[in-house]
Design a protein around this ligand. Structure first.
Ligand code: 13P
Ligand code: SF4
Length: 364
């Protein structure tokens, strides 16, 4: 069932308008057998075909509830892995372009996390002292690591609840791969900055002394999102000089300094909801991916709301952008022909403990 009956080469040069019509036909033909999930960062030409859109938490719930035979995930690799883990064994998760990864997720891998765990065991028993918390933006084998060590997964919309859950069980947290989500969430919970130390995974013992580790509540893996780190506090300052009445809203993957200057911090779904529900004639400066911001600006324009992108330069998630209408059509046409291409399948030995951590998260 995996050989490609219809090769991608036949689709690569199709124009977008042609794809648009053919995707609609394929969707109508496949009907309820196929559901398309679209993350908010997808380009318009793909996003408009999604049956459900959302942030990572909403889409993982959707994947868990879907009755469809095929779950086509227009997002990035870890999201399709989550869909595979949470769906029934007879359902098939598909990622239209296998090169759609997440550079932040790639900053932590199982070898480096296991090495860190070993190093920490020189100071204390980590399984007694530390809850490993992985951001959902991580490979399935890291979720499995958390499952095996009493840990849990979080997303940008539930990170605070998940940290509270973790501290109720053990005194410290190892948070990976995104240092910013960990620091911004810890700060909102009142944890002092000097009790959240950066774990530099390229250094022995994370580049920290035993005393620094002993004092820390959260060890923050030194990973980041290359898109969100483009936003700078001075971008906000400059904008506010021109439009002082602006409300600033950012994603928690932005740096601590940027989040300090924001009025609102939250997931992609939270950002959309907050701006949509805001009073008319308000002005917003938004710090997250450009496709989302452009669509939101268009969406609320009729209410007199002005939405601006936080950075003066264009920054898009290049891996989210890889999913184009050509790949989506190629996947759907193959399904119509009885062929599955680009299936994402997490090996059972990782899927079982990873499912445990994801279900723990969904229960919190
Ligand atoms: P959300 O869960 O907020 O959609 O974030 C996912 C992501 O990758 C942000 O960069
Ligand atoms: Fe990963 Fe950043 Fe892209 Fe989100 S925006 S998918 S964290 S690289």
């Amino acid at each position: 069932m995996t050989a490609s009956l219809l090769p991608f080469e036949d689709y690569a040069l199709l124009d977008d308008a042609d794809c648009e019509a053919r995707i609609k036909t394929a969707k109508a033909h496949l009907g309820e057998r196929c559901v398309i999930l679209g993350h908010h960062y997808q380009r318009d030409e793909v996003f408009r075909h999604a049956d459900y859109s959302g942030d990572s938490l909403k889409l993982s719930r959707q994947a868990a509830q879907s009755a469809a035979e095929y779950i086509v995930f227009c997002g990035v690799h870890f999201m399709a892995e989550v869909a595979d883990i949470l769906s029934r064994p007879d359902q098939i998760a598909i990622l239209p372009d296998l090169a759609a990864g997440c550079s932040m997720a790639d900053m932590a891998n199982r070898g480096a996390v296991e090495r860190s765990w070993q190093e920490l065991s020189r100071l204390f028993d980590p399984d007694e002292t530390i809850t490993p918390v992985t951001y959902i933006n991580s490979a399935a084998d890291l979720k499995a690591f958390c499952g095996r060590h009493g840990g849990i997964v979080c997303t940008s919309s539930n990170a605070r609840n998940i940290l509270e859950w973790s501290f109720a069980r053990r005194e410290k947290v190892l948070f990976f791969p995104d240092q910013h989500l960990g620091r911004n969430t810890g700060h909102a919970m009142g944890i002092p900055l000097d009790e959240m130390v950066t774990w530099d995974f390229t250094q022995p013992m994370g580049g920290l002394t035993g005393a620094e580790i002993a004092r820390a509540k959260i060890l923050l893996w030194k990973g980041f999102c290359s898109v969100h780190q483009m936003f700078q506090p001075q971008h906000i300052d400059r904008f506010l000089q021109q439009y002082p009445d602006t409300r600033v809203i950012v994603h928690p993957e932005c740096s601590f300094e940027v989040c300090r200057k924001a009025d609102y911090i939250g997931s992609t779904e939270y950002i959309l909801r907050t701006v949509r529900e805001a009073p008319p004639n308000t002005r917003w400066l938004v710090g997250t991916e450009l496709n989302l911001v452009n669509r939101l600006a268009e969406d609320v324009r009729a209410d007199g709301k002005h939405v601006h992108f936080l950075s003066p330069t264009i920054c898009m998630c290049s891996t989210m952008f890889r999913t184009d209408p050509q790949h989506l059509l190629w996947v759907l046409d193959n399904l119509m022909a009885g062929q599955v291409v680009n299936r994402i399948r997490v090996p059972e030995e990782d899927a079982v403990p990873a499912r445990l951590t994801l279900e723990r998260m969904l229960a919190v």
